[in-house]
Design a protein around this ligand. Structure first.
Ligand SMILES: Nc1ncnc2c1ncn2[C@@H]1O[C@H](COP(=O)(O)OP(=O)(O)O)[C@@H](O)[C@H]1O
Ligand SMILES: [Mg+2]
Length: 260
């Protein structure tokens, strides 16, 4: 187990795409080894926010970030920090499962391990098995590890992507609407998996499904773009509080379905 000891501390984080500002001065203290959900209407900056947590935002041309994202006491935007290293230690899973299309199930999981550390053949196989077990996929694929990753069902592909992310022992796992391309049963399995991983990883999940947020997340962040079109954090708190006793009227309007 990796065991993140710290969460993600976000200070006055703003983000731009060229001249267009997408996020304004977000402060957030994402607790370690817990699940945090990020909710809010489409376009409010949820994906932008979590892409700032592993320096993926800046891979978009003309994109820029200002503010701090502190991980294990280090601001990931400090000049001495290598963004490639950050993207390895902060894993990410996307809306559409994206296994490497030309690779087998085994190689999809092994790919990251091969890049990050020295290994002997047997150790590699053990690490792959451990990651597939952790992602609740091992029993379904153990007899066909050489098959293509893309031959799996959508839900299995998503768990394969989770296994691939876990294989390099990230402390933090970011998930951007990981269930929105999946059927209800496959979604349920991902939710179960998130619940199992809780405690060992700091998980941040963007979801537009409020039932899902209330089922899996310890804490919930509600974001909204203001009249200026710029995304801001409206409210952050324990999930139960946010859903049953929101502090902000806008949170209440959103969760009761009055807009969004
Ligand atoms: N690659 C991009 N280039 C330019 N603008 C973008 C890009 N991605 C997102 N945006 C803009 O940033 C804002 C926030 O988008 P996003 O973070 O994707 O919101 P959400 O995930 O909450 O739907 C939106 O106005 C969107 O149009
Ligand atoms: Mg998004």
């Amino acid at each position: 187990m990796s065991g993140a000891t710290e969460g993600v501390l976000v200070e006055r984080l703003s983000a731009w795409y060229g001249r267009v500002q997408a996020l304004k001065e977000v402060d957030m203290d994402v607790p370690p080894n817990r699940v945090t959900a990020v909710i809010g209407p489409s376009g409010c900056g949820k994906s932008t926010l979590i892409r700032c947590f592993n320096r993926m935002h800046e891979t978009i041309s003309a994109a820029r970030v200002c503010g701090k994202v502190i991980l294990n006491g280090v601001d990931i935007y400090s000049p001495e920090v290598d963004p490639v290293q950050i993207r390895r230690s902060v894993g990410m899973v996307f809306q559409r499962p994206n296994p490497f299309p030309t690779m087998s199930i085994f190689d999809n999981v092994a790919a990251g391990i091969k890049l990050t550390r020295f290994h002997r053949g047997s150790e590699l196989a053990e690490s792959v098995e451990r990651s597939l077990r952790r992602a609740a996929l091992w029993d379904e694929v153990k007899d066909k590890l050489k098959d293509s990753g893309v031959a799996l069902s959508g839900g299995q592909q998503q768990r394969l992507c989770i296994a691939r992310a876990l294989a390099v022992d990230p402390g933090v796992l970011l998930m951007d609407e990981p269930c929105s391309a999946l059927d209800p049963i496959a979604s349920y399995k991902i939710e179960e998996l998130i619940t199992e991983l809780r405690g060992d990883y700091t998980i941040v999940i963007v979801t537009h499904n409020m039932q899902q947020a209330s089922r899996v997340a310890d804490h919930t962040a509600f974001m909204l773009a203001g009249e200026d079109g710029i995304g801001k954090l409206v409210e952050f708190g324990e999930t139960k509080q946010v859903f049953t006793n929101p502090r902000d009227k806008r949170t209440e309007d959103y969760i009761t379905g009055r807009f969004g």
